[in-house]
Write a protein that binds this ligand. Structure first.
Ligand code: GLA
Ligand code: ZN
Length: 680
């Protein structure tokens, strides 16, 4: 049972990034903002993101009065503050005086001042400047009644290749490998005569230097992740010292894999993220974007196994896309409800008010340049605000998924750096999203976990492309199946260890081949336009012929039962889909990239056999899904979402009360285009 993640304000949060510092010379705008926030049902705003120069215009001179006035004015009007540390972008005076804080790119060129996320995470100067400003901020605001959450930096990301970072990297490597001889072995550096004879010879990967050592590439990303986590830990010290009870978060870009966000889970109090799917980039059907978005929501919830916050999404368009397409009418409420269905306790926007100049002046905001409260976007936000007010009961309700999909960032790094069998896209995320989509279409909740997570509580664990076996994952997976669990494992499995060295001998390694009852022989890469087919006979219960593409693995059977075989090419007749009894459980192996039709059919059948609960016991029409959250005392919330710009009909198994519309629905029910319901 989840406690409320924001104990100081136990309501469904509705708010936005707010930049009052841009309007300090127009006080009437700030007053109008409050009036409009109340109209839109906004109960919190994120303030101070990127405000460093307004807070410290000269070195050591702190000007916080404007911020305090803003926070106070908001507070007396019932609006709480998510207070940001300003470290996502630094003032120009600082960059000029301390060039060491400027980031160095992998080409070893030091950036000029500008943009954001343009600092070094190692630089002692930047760390000290961060400590000082955060100490002052915390002194003034950590015990302010309006402050509910620390928003640390903004979308923490990127890497720096400066000399300070290189030196730290070498230290990190020494600690990990102890001897250079060991490092050389683990990285297989003898290849092309790349053996290191002095620690000082080691440099981070570079396009004009060393991009070839896979172990180095992996360790560099691991180091950058740890260095960023370490920076975060330093950054929150003064905040926590001033008041340990205010939780802290970073707003993640879940899909960004430059660093492994999962390594933050332990040090964050709350997970939050910024969701920017490309809505409406096709015809009337938005289920592709909905599946993508739902997947990352689930990943955010699963990271700490507790409700998360949707920290940013656009009120209508994002202006950094190739094309700025507006959310269609109803879409804003639908995306808010979608987030909540997957475990969010908020719907927050970027941004409250459009800036007058600079690069985001045409990014959508709740309030546009005309300042109107009659604009279509503003009214959509009001509608969402009205709905969220009715959903406080959902805050402590859990999703309790019975299915897990493994998405592992370190494995993804290795898969994408494998060099063959397909440098034109190994499709790791595609495979995962296809699998995920098959559950979404049935309205089955899924946890998205990495290789470190516990498997025991799931009825079904899907393991797409576990190419790199790290930690004790293989042992835990085998134990899980042995004790009665079901696993579906795909091609490109168990080939390298955590340093990206190929296993010698039988693969999938570490006994996974015993669990699967198959042995890997080879893998064929197919060009995008090439196809093979897999034929399933009637006994398999999946009778038919399904198209397959991209990667076809050739495996031989030890103990598995063959369900489907390749139809064409020199491996015609070889197993392509198998199942093996292992201990009390079962392990399926999918040796090739199957199409969506197969995936949907297979998982529907399997979920039926495993009696995995759907959120709503009915077959959902195309583009419609259902979600579920349940409180400890058994109150169940069912979320119904139509991601198609057309009406759809569903058969409800029992009458439901829609909290948003206040109506009871039953039997055959029409869903309007982009309909969103939250039912009890
Ligand atoms: C990100 C950032 C915001 C803003 C938005 C625009 O999510 O965190 O500051 O730039 O993108 O979509
Ligand atoms: Zn650096």
């Amino acid at each position: 049972m989840s406690k409320n993640v924001i104990s100081k304000l136990p309501v469904m949060l509705h708010g936005a990034d707010y930049n009052p510092e841009q309007w300090l010379d127009m006080p009437e705008i700030l007053e109008r903002d409050i009036e409009l926030m109340k109209k839109a049902g906004v109960n919190c705003v994120s303030v101070g993101i990127f405000s460093w120069v307004s807070l410290e215009p000269e070195e050591g001179v702190y000007t916080f009065d404007w911020l305090e006035n803003v926070i106070n004015r908001l507070y007396v009007n019932g609006i709480y503050t998510v207070l940001a540390t300003p470290t996502g972008a630094k003032p120009s005076w600082m960059a000029k005086k301390y060039p060491e804080i400027l980031r160095v790119e992998s080409n070893r060129v030091r950036n000029l001042q500008g943009g954001r996320h343009n600092h070094c995470y190692t630089s002692p100067v930047y760390r000290e400047k961060t400590r000082l400003i955060n100490t002052e901020l915390a002194k003034r605001f950590a015990n302010h009644p309006a402050v509910i959450l620390w928003h640390v930096s903004n979308e923490i990301q990127g890497e720096c290749h400066c000399e300070l970072c290189q030196a730290e990297f070498r230290k990190w490597l020494k600690k990990k490998y102890r001897t250079l001889d060991n490092l050389n072995k683990q990285w297989w550096t003898c290849f092309w005569s790349h053996t290191y004879t002095d620690w000082e010879e080691i440099e981070s990967p570079a396009p004009h230097g060393e991009p070839c050592i896979h172990g180095l590439n992996l360790d560099w990303k691991r180091f950058c992740t740890e260095q960023t986590v370490d920076f975060y830990k330093e950054e929150i010290k003064p905040l926590k010292e001033a008041n340990p009870d205010i939780p802290a978060t970073i707003n993640m870009m879940a899909y960004y894999d430059g660093i492994d966000y999962w390594k933050f889970a332990e040090v964050l109090d709350i997970i939050s993220w910024d969701s920017y799917p490309m809505w409406h980039n096709g015809g009337t059907d938005d289920s592709g974007g909905a599946i993508w978005n739902a997947f990352w929501h689930d990943a955010m919830r699963s990271m700490k196994q507790q409700p998360f916050l949707l920290m940013e999404n656009t009120p209508s368009t994002a202006n950094w896309c190739g094309v700025s397409r507006h959310k269609r009418p109803g879409m804003n409420l639908l995306t808010a409800i979608q987030a909540i269905a997957h475990g969010s306790n908020s719907c927050q926007y970027f941004q409250w008010r459009q800036s007058r100049g600079s690069v985001e002046k045409f990014h959508s905001a709740v309030v546009g340049h005309n300042g109107s409260d009659k604009s279509r976007i503003f009214l959509e936000i009001c509608k969402t605000g009205d709905a969220l007010r009715k959903l406080d009961g959902v805050l402590t309700a859990d999703v309790n998924a019975q299915v897990a999909i493994i998405y592992d960032v370190e494995n993804k790094w290795a898969v994408e750096d494998s060099k063959g069998p397909r440098n034109e896209g190994m499709g790791y995320t595609d495979q995962i999203l296809q699998t995920y989509g098959s559950f979404w279409k049935q309205g089955i909740p899924v946890d998205v976990i990495n290789m470190d997570a516990d498997l025991e509580k799931y009825r079904l664990v899907c393991v797409p492309m576990p190419y790199m076996l790290r930690g004790d994952f293989a042992a835990r997976l085998k134990k899980y199946v042995e004790k009665g669990g079901t696993a579906v494992v795909t091609y490109f499995c168990g080939m390298v260890n955590e340093n990206d060295l190929c296993y010698l001998g039988e693969t999938p390694a570490e006994g996974i081949s015993d669990m699967l009852g198959v042995v890997f022989e080879d893998i064929d890469g197919l060009y995008d336009y090439q196809r093979n087919h897999v034929v399933f006979d009637s006994e398999s219960g999946l009778e038919g012929e399904y198209e397959t593409s991209k990667l076809c693995e050739i495996v031989t059977v030890k103990t598995a039962e063959v369900l489907g075989k390749y139809k064409e090419d020199f491996y015609a007749g070889y197993p392509a889909f198998t199942v093996n009894n292992y201990g009390k459980g079962k392990a399926y192996y999918q040796a090739t990239v199957m199409n969506g039709e197969f995936s949907d059919k297979f998982y529907k059948k399997l979920c039926g056999e495993l009696r995995i609960r759907r959120s709503l016991e009915t077959d959902l029409p195309q583009g419609v899904t259902a979600g579920r959250r349940m409180t400890e005392n058994g109150t169940e919330y069912i979320f119904i979402e139509n991601f198609v710009n057309e009406t759809r009909e569903i058969d409800l198994p029992y009458p439901l009360y829609d909290i948003i519309s206040g109506k009871t629905i039953s039997g055959r029910t029409v869903l309007e285009p982009y309909a969103a319901m939250v039912c009890k």
